[in-house]
Ligand binder design. Structure first.
Ligand SMILES: [Fe+2]
Length: 425
């Protein structure tokens, strides 16, 4: 997204599943209109992703970690209202005084909130009222962008930009959450029958490539947007390692399964094995066996498992066990980032997120910002693992080499896959 000091073009592509936001230089006088255009494009993408879903679809919460579509649409709107409009638009009237309680997610400093596991019980407000909420806030944000004092603009645009990237994160969650909801339905409904699944990997994606050992800099530095958890940039030392050009395929995963991968405790971390037993895992998430063949429930409905496509919907525990079975390791996030910056990875972005063996922890010198927005990333830096790259459901332009995604080790409802590392060199 454009920095406050320049402007951008916005390309809204309807041929895929993405909104593509790229920055280019243009006249400073265009800054406000460019940001308004960017804002409209991101907001429209959320609505586009929700548009195949009816009222019943949009209210369902299939597990505590997954939120209803209606909630995503309202919560992303509340974010702009809470952090941008209420403090910065003089005379702004909140749309509904109850909504801050209903649609605050986890911002303790922003006040009390509805319990996360109970979001699916919110049959009211109805969809139409949530749509009206979005329209109300959209108009006010555009009014703010157009009318703000020049001196106040950089700070307003800074918050606006966070709100846009926040909404893009929820755009991906909207899809992973509805996939989980639809997966509970015995008739296996399709979100979009034309949904494009990750394709088989190119032959060039095979094999391993050596990383230059020694000191490297990782973390975000320079122009453009980043989340606070991507910095400070800092040096890391890498020992010699080879990293896979490509992603672990379904065929490789089938070999792991056929070799007793899910039935061999010695391959698993203790917590992982406990999860395998408790959840009775014997295959990746959304895999189902029908007439002797493995099928995979997808956003396009039930499809045969494509052997040459990258495996998806595996947890950190599974990724870790697979690597051990293969006699390899998962890369650290630093190794992943160095390799991605060097252009050594095929399908680093836009296919599946890739688990790393790195715990999600603060970079040296990281300090969360003060106030409620400081709760965005920093307070989650415990007990989760870092994923790198992006998935085919990630809005285009959202991720980058320094981007740090994070989930709990058993989570597998995201589009999460595996890239291996090899230290036997
Ligand atoms: Fe959020």
């Amino acid at each position: 997204m454009p920095p406050a000091s320049s402007s951008s073009v916005v390309r809204h592509r309807h041929d895929g599943n993405i909104t593509d936001i790229r920055t280019v230089g243009s006249a400073p006088s265009d800054v406000r209109s460019v940001w308004a255009t960017t804002f409209r494009a991101v907001r429209a993408e959320t609505e586009r992703r929700a548009s195949p879903l009816g009222p019943e679809d949009q209210v369902v919460q299939s597990m505590p970690d997954a939120s209803p579509t209606k909630w995503h649409r309202a919560h992303t709107t509340w974010f702009f209202e809470q952090f941008l409009l209420v403090p910065h638009l003089p005379g702004y009237q909140v749309f509904d005084a109850d909504f801050a309680y209903l649609f605050n997610s986890y911002y303790v400093a922003a006040g009390p909130r509805h319990a996360r596991p109970r979001r699916g019980l919110l049959t009211r407000p109805e969809l139409g009222r949530v749509a009206a909420y979005r329209t109300h806030v959209d108009g006010a944000v555009e009014q703010l962008i157009a009318g703000a004092d020049e001196a106040a603009l950089p700070e307003l645009l800074r918050i606006l930009e966070i709100g846009l990237h926040h909404e893009q994160q929820h755009q991906e969650l909207l899809l992973t959450d509805i996939l989980h909801a639809f997966a509970q339905n015995p008739i296996a409904p399709a979100y979009d029958e034309d949904w494009r699944l990750p394709r088989p990997q190119p032959k060039s994606a095979r094999g391993f490539v050596e990383l230059p050992s020694g000191l490297h800099t990782i973390g975000f530095a320079g122009e453009g947007y980043s989340f606070d958890n991507e910095g400070p940039a800092h040096q890391v030392y890498l020992r010699p390692v080879r990293i896979a050009r490509g992603l672990v395929s379904n065929a490789q995963w089938l070999d792991f399964m056929a070799d007793g991968g899910y039935a061999t405790p010695s391959l698993w971390l203790s917590d992982g094995w406990a999860t395998v037993e408790a959840e009775r895992w014997n295959a990746p998430g959304y895999w189902r066996k029908a007439d002797g063949f493995w099928m995979q429930f997808t956003l396009a409905g039930l499809k045969p498992v494509e052997p040459d496509a990258p495996v998806s919907h595996v947890s950190f525990y599974e990724a870790d066990a697979f690597a051990r079975w293969a006699g390899k390791d998962l890369p650290s996030e630093a190794e992943w980032e160095v390799a991605a910056r060097a252009g050594l990875l095929d399908e680093a972005f836009g296919v599946v997120w890739q688990w790393t063996r790195s715990a999600y922890s603060p970079y040296p010198g990281f300090r969360a910002a003060s106030g409620a927005l400081g709760e965005y990333n920093g307070k989650f830096m415990i007990n989760q693992m870092v994923l790198r790259g992006s998935s085919h459901a990630t809005p285009a332009g959202h991720a980058r080499a320094s981007y740090r995604n994070f989930f709990y080790p058993p989570a597998r409802w995201q589009f999460s896959g595996v890239r291996l590392a090899d230290y036997t060199i």
